[in-house]
Design a protein around this ligand. Sequence first.
Ligand code: NAP
Length: 325
Amino acid sequence: MGNDHKLGKNKKFFKYFKEYEWSNIIAMMRNNRLDPKICKEDFKDKLVVITGATSGIGYLTARKYAAMGANLLCINRNILKSEALCLEIGQEFGVRCEYKIADLSRLAEIFQVAKELSAMNLPIDVLIHNAGVYLTKRELTSDGLEKVFVVHYLSSFVINYLLMEKLKSQEKARIILVGSEGHRFAAWGLRLEDLNWEKRSYSGLKSYGSAKTAQLLSMIVFADQFQNSGVTINTMHPGAVKTETGQENGPVYRWFKRNFLDKTLRSPEISAEALYYLGVSKEMEAVSGKFFNLTAEEEPAPPALDREVAGELWNISLELSGLHQ
Ligand SMILES: NC(=O)c1ccc[n+]([C@@H]2O[C@H](COP(=O)([O-])OP(=O)(O)OC[C@H]3O[C@@H](n4cnc5c(N)ncnc54)[C@H](OP(=O)(O)O)[C@@H]3O)[C@@H](O)[C@H]2O)c1
């Protein structure tokens, strides 16, 4: 069994190695400097569900959709910030802004919110999975799972899975996963036998890269499931932008971020514009299963395109979340 795994890993190593193309990296570097395409159409009276709208990219995206007339349902973990957000948005834009509280690192709360969303009578026009954390040290959730994997990946998997029937019955909806070029840090792919990082050293970049690769892999299967249903699912990198990300880490990381990283980053306004374009523009109506750097389509890294691993991850995710029973 141990040897089988080693063999499988080596095979994947050579498979991916052969598939890497420099032209994709060069395209990414070029796209990193681009501005997003702008969509000027309004989105009056549509419903947008967005996770992690209390800060950074989620906050500006919520404001952008509200400014264009959409009603919002935000899935946040903090009541006070949610109250302030909805008050601000309601007063400024005159749209409906509601929220549900869920800690998206906890399976019970993920299931609760997914069930509430699927029981709603209103159609969800756009669903944006944005919430995320960046951790330099491994943390386990109360369910015993690695936290970055759950917040970035498993929460969106469960919510999408439980919403599948509702969204299909609407015959029109767009799901957007806020992913990252950081998926490329998982250069040799997901280690499905060690998703909890017990057998290897943990780092922020590696766990983040793995979780974002998992997101992209799940997109492949969801895009198949939604084929010809009118529901699309795409993943986007929101730019390297200045937000509150990483605040859970220690003082050294926060000092480094404030004094070095933040000085190189762009404004998250570009992320909000891109998320609006991907969610609303006519050009994106029939586009599904694709990865965008802001609004420029790109080829993800080979491990994020591996259909065999995508299928295995799907089954493991059903097991881990208890959806298989
Ligand atoms: N910033 C970048 O350059 C960049 C680049 C590539 C991808 N991204 C992706 O963009 C997304 C948004 O990140 P950001 O940069 O805007 O970071 P941010 O400012 O830290 O915002 C993260 C949001 O997620 C929420 N959140 C975190 N953990 C949660 C949990 N357990 N349950 C529910 N909500 C939770 C936060 O809530 P609180 O307000 O309560 O903390 C906040 O609203 C992430 O998926 C990130 O990976 C960012």
